[in-house]
Structures are given as C-alpha cells and as structure tokens.
Design a protein. Structure first.
Ligand code: ADP
Ligand code: MG
Length: 722
C-alpha cells in the first residue's frame, strides 16, 4: 500500500488566514427567506395573512400564496438562484429535492422567470421510487409535497449552483404521510393540546401554545479523503467492516476536549459559516473521545426547525469536508474497538410566553407544575420504553448501543439524587391536607435549580434529566431525529392526558392536593424506570430483568414494538400515525435493516476475494520462496522452524478466510429467499456472526502480512494522520 502524505502538508486555502471575519450576527440567516425578510418584502396585509396561516396551520389562499411566491422569487434571483425545489424528508431518513428552473416560455425562443403561488405551496415529485412500506401498494398513492410554512425557505449552494429550497411535507393523494416531517408536525400539535389542557387545570390561562424544543448534539468522525477513497467499505457502507485495532486507540484520553488541530479548526470554521448563513445557530464544537472524532451542537430550537437544521448540519458537514479533502463519517460505529458516534437529543417543552415546563421553580406553584410534567415524562418513558428503543433502532446503531461507551438497549431514566429523593418523600408523605406548609415539608417548595453537575454526572444513562431538559442519548449519529422526537412528543401527550384525567376525577377543589395525590399514586408505578447507577454494568442487565424493563438488544427485536396494539392505539388516538402509516414505517425499517447488512456482507465478500486474499497470497508466495531458497543456501545450518511457522500461519488464515467467505455467500443466498421479519432475524442471527468470523481472521492476517502489500489504509493511518 502506497503511503499517503496527508494534504495538510500541501498548500491549501485553510492555511491562508482570512484577513478578518465578519461578526456572525452581521450575516446570520442571510441565505434564508426569514421572517424579518418577509415582513420587509411583503405588503403588510399579505404578511399578516401568511402569519395567521402559519400560526393556525391553515392553507394559504391563492392570492396570498402568489404574493409570497413573487417576493421569494425576486429575493432568490437577486441571490443568484436559477432553480427552486421542494425539500422534503422521505422515509429513507435522508432529504430529497427535485429542482425546477424558474423559467417559463414567454414567446418563440424566449423565456421569463416565473414562480407561482401554486408552485410554492405544492409540488409533485414522482413518488414511485421512494420507499412507501406498502402504502403505495395499498392505496396506489401518488405523492405530493406541501410547503411547511413554519420552516423558512433557504438557498442551497452546491458547487456553483444555487437552488431555492422550500421545506415541505410529503403526502400521498389519500392523505397518508409518506415522510418523516408530517408525523412530527402532528405530534407537535398533539403534545401542545395535552400540555395546554394540563396547564389550564393548574390555573394557567395565559399561555397559548406549547412548543417542543430539540437541541441535537451531533458527533462525527473526520478523516483524510485520500484514505476514505482507498477503502471500499467506507465508500459503500460508511464504516470499516474489517481492520485490526491500532496500537494506540483512545486509552490515553488525550483527544477529548483537546485543542483542535489547525486543519480541523479551519474545516469547522467553514462549516459554521455555511450554517450561520442558513440561520442555524451552531454553538459548540469540540474534540470527542475517540481519535478523529468531533462534536457540533446548536442552540436548541423548535422541534420542527431543529430537525430540518440537523439534516442540514449533516449535509453541510459532508459537503464542506470534501472541499477540505476530508471525509466526514456519520456512521454510528465507523471503527470497531473505539467509541462510536451518537446524537444526544436534548428535549424540553416550553410555553409561548417563555415558561420551560421542565424547569424546577422557586415557588410551590411552579414546582407543582414541574412535578406534573416530570411525572408525565416518567409515565411516558416507562410505558413506552420499547417504542423509544424502536425509534432509534438501525443496523448501524446496533453496533454502538451497549458497546461500553453508549447506553445499553435498556431504556431507563436518570434523575439525579435530589429529584429522586423528592419523589420518594412525596410517595411517603401525607396524602391529605396539602397546604403550603406540607409542601415545604416535602421539600418541594422551592427546588434549587438542579445543578447540571449534579444531574449530568451519569453519562451512561440513555435518558437523563439535565437540569431543565431531558437528554435522549441512545439516538444514532447518522439518523434523522424526527422519529425519536415524534415518539417522545406523542407518548408525552398521552401521559399528560392521563394525568389530567386523574386530576379532574379528584374534583379539583384544591388543585395542589389533587396533584400530590396523583403523584403519590403514580410514583410507585413508574419507579422501575428510574436508575441512577452504572448503565454499562452487568448488574444493571440483571436488575432491569427483575424490574421487567425491556432489553431489546437487536433492531429486529426492537422494531416489533411498532406493531403492538399499544403502539397502534397510541398513534391512532393522537392522529400521529394511522395503523397503515405505522405499518409502513415498520416495513421500511425492517427492509432497511436487511439491506444495510446485505450490502455490508457483499462488500466484505468482495473485499476479501479481490483485495485481502490476493495480497496475502502474494505474501505467502514471498515467504515460501524465501524459506525454500534460504534452506537451499544454508542447508541444515539453521533451523527455519519459526519461519515455517509464519508461513503455515499465513497459509492457514488464507484457507480459513476462503472457506468462511464461502459460508457467508451461501448464507446470503439463503437470505435471498426470506421475507421481511424472517429475513431480518436471519441477517441478525446468521449473517452478522458470519461476517464477524471472517473479520477476525482477516484482522489477524493484517497483522502478519507485509505492510507494503496490505491493500488498504490501516486504522492508525486513518485515525491519527490528519
Ligand atoms: P450538556 O452539557 O448538558 O450537554 P449543553 O448546555 O451543552 O448541555 O446543551 C446541550 C444541548 O442542549 C444544546 O444543543 C442546547 O442548546 C440544548 N438545550 C439547552 N437547553 C435546552 C432546552 N431547554 N430544551 C432543549 N434543548 C436544550
Ligand atoms: Mg449533552
């Protein structure tokens, strides 16, 4: 393998410092058709009608739509856009867009730029090639895209092309959601309704809307592009499916929060500049635990916008990396043996008048409210731990979950000592006569703002309370956060409604009394979901079993949760997903799981057959010629036993690999005849272990074969040369 001189040594633009950077605030959002811009560009009446439509979620009338389209077009043309596209989120988890030029024929051989309200509001991409998970077969659903007015249109600059992108939902003509955005929007509405109901019961008549917020912390690896292109596995599957561990991994812990190397810093700088132009509030950047691993985190935003923005972050990371001759790996486990990447999704609910419903307050009243929302979360996660697990299930995330760095597949909640103690004292406290005095005695009159240090110490929990928000840490780095957020909002809506029912049933003469009574009754039921210890330990696995918490280790097992009556009832009740829509998500996730593993298995087979074995055979030939030649010259003068041993070892490994590759191939053939769930189970139970077996032999062979013959970059190069 020819060694690469990393491009860092060559002259590149990043080494040329810019004269001076403009303050971020001076260009933040300049590539978006923002609210401020709309207010400026649109006639006051049009702007008002548009805002009303957004707030009430009603369709835009034709005249208003035309006026908005006109202003948007002018702005886009001024900024060099030639095309527009409805930008949507099919169930693949990626984003999709079909570009149309702004032109229309105006006379023989002549065009003018035109963009109508109709084109803005609705598009008709050919839906037939997107996965529909059976929806199309059932309904012959052609799809259309509809502008999501709550997310601003933006300019997508790619190479020298500039496109006006219109964030959109993707729906079938019969109204089924063909995408990830529609259910999310429905779940946002559901949790709004239920949370408002609870707030009204607690005497809040002022707040008009409940907002669900998300702050996703995105982890990723970044390596030199030259290495990336020399690894078929990385190019085709996003992870290395073979490769021996390097002598140095992450044991020195010298990477985490370390100073960022010059090349990387320049890359991050360019990414952030692009994100700021798109109005994405990228806030934090740092080195992560593994070598060549990093994190970028934004300031949290409304869930719908946060999802769109996270998709754009993932996109921009990859795009800008290419300009720096680097490759960003979003896969959950690109390198076996060192930490993988996740996405900590910070989640909270707040009101339109600025109350964070997960924030412990300073008065008994505030804390009654806080405790209700806390209890609702515990109820929701306890009842639907399996759904949360399913929402983050994928072939790639299975490599990471429970791999001693990421939360295990058991979903539990970490609250910190202080809150746990408070819940316990409420459980034990007097049920009747809840006065302010009693509340003070229970220790909930004024919860000091739970310090982050206190609540954040446990990094092993998949679902942790961190002061004024919950952090769902089991989400994978490569996945859209849309479905996990949809599940969170929906299960929360259900739990809040149940709590509201219980409070109402108690004939709320004294609301505090009713709430404390409900808390007393419910806390013992939800307690099994609370865990403060080490989630990585074996004891927890056993303890979780005693508590009857689901421990769904693999994706096929986990996905079954989507097909239970419990899930159907939940999603139907809140009109987030109909039974058919839910089934289609299940089918797509199962298919994706099978395809991911199938592609990896085929890539492994090809790499073994055309790269690893040929290289090893060459080395075997060198060795055998050398042993024979040396014997001839030295005769019995030297015992060549150890060298013969090496030759034997190499030869045996080659034989072992060949025969295991044959087994893998026949397993893949067998898998071809299986369907849906059966196939997924087979992939999990048969194909994956067969791949692991081959990898073990190949990694052993890598350590014995001459470095100059090994046909692909090794871990130490990819991880440390940058
Ligand atoms: P931590 O150190 O606990 O991970 P940070 O302050 O670094 O917390 O925040 C991590 C992410 O959580 C950021 O994206 C941040 O904007 C987001 N976040 C902070 N407060 C909230 C909130 N109330 N709701 C949702 N996300 C939040
Ligand atoms: Mg965090």
């Amino acid at each position: 393998m020819k060694k690469i001189t990393p491009t860092i040594a060559t002259e590149r633009s990043y080494t040329v410092a810019k004269e001076k950077d403009l303050p971020i605030s001076s260009y933040f959002g300049e590539d978006t058709f923002s609210d401020r811009l709309m207010r400026k560009k649109l006639p006051a009446a049009v702007y008002k009608r548009l805002k009303e439509s957004v707030d009430k979620g009603i369709k835009l009338d034709a005249k208003t739509a035309d006026a908005v389209a006109q202003a948007m077009k002018e702005w886009a043309l001024e900024h060099g856009a030639t095309h527009f596209a409805h930008w949507f989120q099919p169930m693949t988890g990626a984003t999709a867009e079909k570009h149309d030029a702004f032109i229309e024929i105006s006379g023989p051989g002549e065009v003018i730029e035109r963009f109508t309200g109709e084109q803005l509001v609705q598009g008709e991409p050919d839906a037939s090639s997107f996965p529909s998970g059976g929806l199309r077969a059932t309904f012959e659903a052609r799809g259309y895209t509809a502008w999501d007015m709550s997310s601003p249109a933006f300019l997508r600059k790619n190479g020298i092309g500039i496109t006006l992108c219109i964030p959109s939902a993707f729906i079938s003509y019969h109204g089924e959601a063909l995408d990830k955005k529609t259910p999310l929007l429905r779940s946002i509405r559901a949790v709004n309704d239920s949370a408002l109901r609870v707030l009204r019961l607690l005497g809040n008549g002022a707040s008009k809307k409940i907002v669900s917020n998300l702050g996703p912390e995105q982890e990723y690896f970044c390596i030199d592009m030259d290495y990336f292109y020399k690894r078929q596995d990385l190019v085709l599957t996003g992870r290395t499916i073979l490769g021996a561990p390097p002598a140095k991994g992450q044991e020195l812990e010298d990477q985490y929060f370390g100073s960022i190397k010059e090349r990387m810093q320049s890359f991050m700088h360019d990414v952030e500049e692009e994100l700021y132009k798109l109005g994405i509030p990228a806030k934090t950047r740092h080195n992560e635990v593994a070598p060549s691993q990093f994190e970028i985190a934004p300031i949290y935003e409304e869930a719908n916008i946060a999802v769109d923005h996270n998709l754009l972050v993932m996109d921009k990371l990859q795009q800008v990396a290419r300009q720096h001759n680097m490759a960003v790996l979003l896969h959950e486990k690109p390198f076996a043996g060192i930490n993988g990447s996740g996405k900590h999704v910070n989640w909270s609910l707040s009101t339109d008048d600025g109350i964070n419903l997960f924030k412990p307050g300073k008065t008994p009243h505030d804390n009654i409210q806080f405790l209700v929302f806390l209890l609702a979360t515990l109820k929701a996660v306890h009842r639907h731990a399996d759904l949360l697990r399913a929402s983050i299930g994928s072939a790639s995330n299975d490599h990471r979950l429970g791999a001693n760095e990421a939360p295990p597949a058991i979903i539990s909640v970490f609250l910190g000592e202080q809150l746990t103690r408070i819940l316990e004292s409420i459980e034990k406290g007097a049920a009747n006569g809840v006065t302010d005095k009693a509340i003070i005695d229970l220790g909930i009159s004024s919860l000091p703002v739970v310090s982050r240090d206190n609540s954040d110490r446990n990094r092993t929990s998949p679902f942790a309370f961190t002061g004024n928000k919950f952090e769902f840490r089991a989400v994978g780095s490569s996945q859209s956060i849309s479905f996990p957020a949809t599940v969170l909002n929906t299960i929360m809506a259900e739990a809040l409604d149940e709590i509201a029912d219980m409070i109402e049933k108690r004939g709320a003469i004294n609301i505090k009394e009713a709430v404390i009574d409900v808390l007393k009754e419910e806390i013992p039921k939800v307690k099994p979901i609370l865990f403060m210890g080490d989630n990585y330990s074996d004891e927890w696995q056993k303890e979780a079993e005693r508590r009857r918490l689901p421990n769904l280790k693999t994706t096929p097992e986990a996905l079954k949760a989507l097909m239970t009556d419990k899930a159907h009832v939940l999603f139907e009740k809140y009109k987030v997903l109909s039974q058919v829509e839910l089934k289609s998500r299940y089918t797509i996730k199962i298919e994706k799981y099978c395809k991911d593993i199938e592609i990896e298995a085929k890539a492994l087979y090809n790499i073994i057959s055309s790269q690893v074995v040929p290289a090893a055979v060459r080395y075997q030939k060198d060795l055998s010629e050398s042993v024979a030649g040396t014997e001839k010259v030295l005769g019995a003068g030297l015992d060549l036993g150890p060298q013969r041993e090496l030759l034997k070892c190499v030869a045996e490994l080659i034989c072992g690999i060949r025969s295991s590759a044959g087994t893998l191939k026949s397993k893949l053939e067998k898998a071809g005849g299986l369907h849906e769930y059966q196939k997924a189970e087979f992939m999990c139970a048969e194909v994956r272990p067969a791949m692991d077996g081959i990898r073990k032999l190949a990694d052993e062979l890598e350590l014995h074969t001459a470095d100059d013959l090994w046909p692909m970059p090794k871990f130490w190069e990819m991880l440390f040369v940058n």
